[in-house]
Design a protein around this ligand. Sequence first.
Ligand code: S3P
Length: 427
Amino acid sequence: MKKIQGVNSVRGEVTVPGDKSISHRAVMFSALAEGTTTIEGFLPGADCLSTISCFRKMGIDIEQEGEHVRITGKGWYGLTEPAEVLDVGNSGTTIRLMLGILATQPFHSVLVGDESIARRPMGRVTIPLRQMGADIAGRQNGGFTPLSIRGGNLKGIEYRSPVSSAQVKSAVLLAGLQAEGETVLYEPGLSRDHTERMLRSFGIEVQSFEGGVRVRGGQRLVSPGRIEVPGDISSAAFLLVAAAILPGSHLMIRNVGMNPTRTGIIDVLKEMGADLILYNVRETNGEPVADIEIKHAPLRGIEIGGAIIPRLIDEIPVISVLATQAEGVTVIRDAAELKVKETNRIDTVVAELGKLGADIEPTEDGMIIRGKTRLTGATCDSHGDHRIGMAAAVAALAASGETTIQNTESINVSFPGFFTKLEQTIE
Ligand code: S3P
């Protein structure tokens, strides 16, 4: 539980914790590679710690202290059959990417997660992995956890994913690396491409083309030695929105990942009128990185839909907060995927921002928000969803009086130290 007072502005210079998507992949690929990998800037949040715990259960030696990780990989087939159940906690990325890896392993494993994971669809990965030859059992015919899998002897497939999902794409690509022949994955819109980029830095050939990706089976991963994880733009988003909506705000956020498949939030902030400048654009381990300066400016409502959606899907809860402080109507559409995130984020965003006085209406595939509204402190709930908890906290900064947010421990999933960071910037 956390109590938050409305504030005037946020100011200063900050960094944010490491990128969650990149941290997961750095651990997984280092475990499967030949050689030792040092990871710097690792996100020590609950989700990525779940990934570490699962690979330790498969016999991989992982030293982790805060943001520093050292992994001695044993090659692709160096994993051992886990004697215990693999518990992914709250992490969809852990379970879906790991299913792709386990589909190639000639042993049996059982995967479970928390009650949110139990509600999230796994058929989107178990269907193509079964087509490749993996033996998968589980609740509702392998559609939900608990799941068990025995892999090996895979055949490459051509798969048309019905959804733009990096987790589906990554699971199929990882299985494809040890399948006979070629594996091709088509997706309706480009999802985040951290897997493709990082695989290349481990010496893998991955071909990206308009509408999909292709890999050849029988490739091995060779450690690049060192991986530097940039700050997570999805975590920076909460601070960016706080600065955009609070008059007099001025923030500089250093070392943020700027992968173009993730920067929808930057496009939206600019289109809504925020005063935002990128500095020092550079590249680390094949991922673009920059410093972001943002100042408050008057905001206007916009329409958000189509190809930009996968580029900002995790930011929609906090974009909804932004929209409550913009003049006019903001329409978010083509975002039905929100219903199968850590919570049904159409329902949870509408419920929680509604409590603070937002004018927000759910639709089939998004929401409609009318601004600008005066928000008033209330009692909100994260529903166990880290991004709902943080979005409510940012809204609380702009609200009059005091807001209580319940179940804030879930924030640890992606942004340990979130409230301390926020307090550092409050004027
Ligand atoms: C992620 C992919 C996205 C995203 C999630 C992290 C990843 O999910 O929402 O937070 O690291 O691959 P989908 O693949 O379901 O779109």
